[in-house]
Ligand binder design. Structure first.
Ligand SMILES: Cc1cc2nc3c(=O)[nH]c(=O)nc-3n(C[C@H](O)[C@H](O)[C@H](O)COP(=O)(O)OP(=O)(O)OC[C@H]3O[C@@H](n4cnc5c(N)ncnc54)[C@H](O)[C@@H]3O)c2cc1C
Length: 405
């Protein structure tokens, strides 16, 4: 069996490592000339870290990752904590794998370094893909053609594989833009930020903050209403004054953080509609190509990593029946990823409420949870974090299947 992957983001790299571990011949075609510093902070929870550990990255994760103590949900103005849920070390004791904050570039770097270089080719823009009864073929911009037995679309939000085989619909603009910045650890420490994951919630906007890069940098993302200048890009810069203007009336801790940020970026936030199918006989989607989602539950990359394990292991166990392996992958993954996509979309309202009565009801719910839940983990977190992709493949995930979100 020879597998061709289009795209070497987190999804493609994770699948390459899973196939490599199983000794399955494959080639990742990536259009970029180098896999450089794009993206920002990523929160990785036990469901994805577990897979990365299966892939042999445990020590490297501990080197690049920052283990936060807790999630704190706070008021945008007063800074009052409405809900505090535990993270490390309790999350590891409870769910069997750690929770880390990482920089996307660091995570991709440790994954790509673990890949056999013969399995990846950079500078390869795919311009067309075809599926035949007995093979798939991929046409590159330089006129060359690659053939294989299976084609994987790990080509992100604007996936051409999705467009060609599954859904030619346009991505859904969310109406929000993400402001992003990284500040040196000293600036964040002087402002009183501890090693936590912070979510500040205000009318129409929120801000999420945490340490990355082994604790050397502090990452913040502020999500608020779309403005005409924002593009869907990781590298578009934004003005500090404009960001301060957007966060007018917010707590001084947040405003000083923005004021202390050297370079600001802005990304137009986009997701996709859930699909009813991700596979044909020889083609499968994964990662953002299958289920690009809003970042409120911090699961886009995590779901991509889960996809990779289940898809790679299903192909490993296929005994030559590729179509059955792809169907199995879809059966095990589609519902879960689509549910996370829809829950992530719904969470925007939870974080950005404007009606004071609704805000009071939400905060009362948080307070009830804080008092009543002995372990401290909300139901959504239990459902997300306790998923074990290997148990899913082996059909030994009954305990997880009894949970709901
Ligand atoms: C503000 C923000 C915060 C986020 N926070 C989190 C978080 O905390 N935790 C989390 O888990 N997720 C988070 N995410 C989501 C996460 O970043 C994505 O889900 C994840 O990076 C998707 O990976 P991917 O490999 O599927 O796609 P991508 O990273 O987009 O990779 C696709 C690759 O395919 C290549 N490609 C595309 N087309 C072609 C072609 N025609 N030929 C060759 N190559 C091609 C591209 O160059 C690219 O390298 C966040 C996202 C945003 C926007």
């Amino acid at each position: 069996m020879h597998v061709i992957l289009i795209g070497c983001g987190i999804a493609g790299a994770a699948l390459s490592l899973t196939l490599q571990r199983a000794g399955i011949s494959h080639l990742v075609l990536e259009q970029a000339s180098e896999l450089s510093e794009v993206g920002a902070g990523l929160q990785q929870s036990p469901n994805s870290i577990r897979v990365l550990e299966y892939l042999g990255l445990k020590d490297e994760l501990a080197r690049i990752g920052v283990p936060p103590s807790a999630h704190l949900f706070k008021d945008y103005k007063t800074g009052e904590v409405y809900l505090k849920t535990p993270l490390m070390p309790k999350v590891e004791e409870f769910f069997g794998a750690p929770y880390y904050h990482v920089h996307r570039a660091d995570l991709l770097d440790i994954m790509v370094k673990a890949m056999d270089p013969k399995n990846i080719r950079l500078n390869c823009k795919v311009v067309d893909v075809k599926e035949n009864d007995d093979w798939v073929e991929v046409h590159l911009s330089d006129g060359t053609v690659e053939k294989g037995d299976v084609l994987i679309g790990s080509d992100g939000l604007h996936s051409m594989v999705r467009e060609k085989f599954f859904a030619p619909e346009k991505p859904r603009p969310s109406g929000c833009v993400a402001w992003r910045g990284l500040v040196p650890v000293d600036v964040a420490r002087n402002l009183g930020f501890e090693q936590n994951s912070y979510v500040w919630m205000g009318p129409h906007r929120s801000a999420v903050l945490y340490y990355v890069c082994g604790g050397d940098l502090f990452n913040w993302v502020g999500i608020g209403p779309y403005n005409d200048n924002a593009k869907e890009s990781w590298s578009q810069t934004g003005s500090r004054d404009a960001a301060l203007n957007e966060y007018d009336g917010w707590n001084e801790q947040i405003r000083e953080l923005i004021a202390g940020t050297e370079s600001l970026f802005m990304t137009n936030m986009i997701d996709r509609e859930p699909l009813e199918s991700w596979v044909t006989s020889r083609v499968a989607l994964m990662g953002d190509a299958a289920h690009a989602m809003m970042p409120y539950h911090a699961q886009g990359a995590g779901q991509s990593i889960e996809d990779a394990w289940v898809l790679g292991r299903s192909l490993e166990m296929a005994e030559g029946n590729i179509s059955a392996a792809l169907k199995k992958y879809e059966r095990l993954r589609l519902d879960r990823a689509n549910r996370v996509l829809l829950q992530s979309r719904a969470a925007e309202h939870l974080f950005h409420m404007t009606d004071p009565e609704e805000v009071s009801r939400r905060n009362a719910r948080f307070a009830r949870h804080q008092q009543e839940d002995q372990d401290g983990f909300p139901v959504g977190q239990r459902w997300l974090y306790s998923y074990d992709a290997e148990k899913a493949v082996m059909g030994t995930d009954d305990e997880w299947r009894e949970l709901s979100w």
